[in-house]
Design a protein around this ligand. Structure first.
Ligand SMILES: [Zn+2]
Length: 447
């Protein structure tokens, strides 16, 4: 606006518009206030949007229903991720093998710490589930494979059945289809439309990082703004270069399959379990000790001395508790499914100490865990869906960008109107026709 005052010194300054007293020589109008207050408007729009999100989430926050009660927890039955025959466990017990794999496969920090470990040796036939995901940072395409196998480790002779299922769009956002694949497994395919929000978010972040990088480079005078050197031009293009690099990285990461070995259950429903007397807390403690794995292996052998283990049987394990538990679960939040909440409590639990707080980053979830430890325990989990959070974050970015674009459009409209008025010899401020005012309208338009 300094140029407007400087115009006053020009000879045309004595001529003013009879309508609004703007000097005839004025060739610009001050930008309207939204253009001058662009950042403020963007922050305000973002705060309003955030307020709306908070309000919707307060309304839709999951409310836990009355808990279901289980008198006691029977053994769950799992095959560990790797095959362990009795001779292998013996090698662990002597210390000949100590790679941390056995204890890692049996360690479970999600269950109550007084749960007891039961073991048995079984033929490796059972049901296995595997997962394969594509998409980064958020999953877009998801495959799940289920089948019965003669050997869940070697994946021999898969077979599966297909229940009646409607292939198509679910909840208007996910496409799900199921089929029996060429090898005989049941394949479940899911396309998560909300997963597509993760990639543009990464590009926006890359653009921001590029701008920050450029700003730092200019501040530190590593490169000059608009300079002729190669590094000046490189610094100028930093945001674009960051976007390109990020797009390449995200594409490569998204196309690479993320394979999850999943889990496997024995086909024998009620195997004869042997209680090791080892609790989940014991396993966690043993995992910290150098000889812990050998101690655990010996406990497995001691618990199963009389069992006939043929060469083709392998370790299966389960957790149980004679203490009853109560469980309750609810999902909610906005967008729908953003928050999942669950509480598990052992019967007779009374809070005697403060809970331990832990933030757990899982593949598609961020889980806040509150855990009350002790004789009897309680666990509260609040899980946030990364898929929903990504679409929410992209929506907030869209509000910011749309506000910026709207303000830019106002500025553009004003500049265009000013140019039009100048071309026609009108007052830039109010559009009053100045032609014939001075008898030299040509001078006005030419200036
Ligand atoms: Zn005027």
């Amino acid at each position: 606006m300094g140029d407007i005052t400087s115009l006053d010194t020009q000879p045309m300054s004595e001529l003013v518009c009879p309508e609004c007293a703007t000097p005839v020589s004025q060739r610009e109008v001050p930008p309207p206030w939204p253009v001058r207050r662009r950042r403020l408007l963007q922050v305000a729009a973002l705060l309003i949007a955030l307020g709306y999100v908070v309000w919707r989430n307060i309304e839709a926050w999951p409310v836990l229903p009355p808990p279901t009660v289980r008198a006691s927890v029977p053994y769950t039955a799992d095959f560990p991720s790797h095959r362990y025959t009795r001779p292998t466990i013996e090698r662990y017990a002597t210390g000949e093998l100590s790679d941390g794999r056995l204890i890692g496969d049996l360690l479970n920090t999600d269950i109550f710490s007084n749960y007891e470990l039961g073991v048995t040796f079984l033929p490796p036939s059972g049901v296995a589930t595997e997962f394969r995901r594509y998409g980064w940072p958020t999953v877009v395409v998801f495959y799940r494979y289920d089948a019965s196998y003669d050997d869940v480790y070697a994946k021999t002779n898969p077979s599966a059945t297909l229940s009646t299922f409607r292939n198509g769009w679910w909840w208007g956002r996910d496409y799900i289809s199921k089929r029996i694949d060429a090898s005989g497994r049941r394949e479940s395919f899911v396309f998560y439309s909300r997963g597509l929000a993760g990639e543009p978010l990464m590009l926006l972040a890359a653009w921001g990082a590029g701008r920050l990088l450029r700003w730092i480079v200019f501040i530190l005078r590593i490169a000059g703004r608009g300079g002729p050197r190669k590094r000046d031009r490189l610094a100028h293009r930093a945001p674009v270069l960051c976007i390109v690099a990020c797009a390449i990285g995200v594409t490569i990461a998204s196309l690479r399959p993320q394979i999850d070995p999943g889990y496997a259950f024995p086909s024998l429903v009620n195997p004869a379990w042997s209680n090791t007397g080892v609790t989940a807390a014991d396993v966690a403690q043993l995992a910290e000790r150098p000889t812990g794995e050998a101690v655990l292996a010996q406990a497995i052998l001691d618990a199963t001395p009389g069992e006939i283990s043929t060469p083709d049987t392998c370790l299966a394990f389960g957790w149980r508790s004679e203490i009853g538990t109560t469980h309750t679960y609810a999902s909610g939040g906005w967008p729908i499914g953003l928050v999942h909440k669950s509480v598990g409590e052992q019967q007779g639990f009374e809070a005697s100490s403060r809970p331990a707080y832990n933030l757990d980053f899982q593949r598609q979830w961020v889980v806040a865990v509150l855990r009350w430890k002790g004789e009897l325990e309680r666990t509260e989990r609040t899980s946030f869906s990364l898929l929903q959070a990504a679409s929410l974050a992209l929506g907030l970015c869209a509000v910011w960008i749309a506000t910026g674009l709207g303000v830019w459009l106002i500025g553009w409209t004003v500049r265009r109107r000013t140019a039009k008025r100048l071309a026609r010899g009108w007052c830039v401020q109010c559009g009053y026709d100045l032609k014939g005012l001075t008898g030299d309208a040509e001078a006005v338009t030419r200036a």
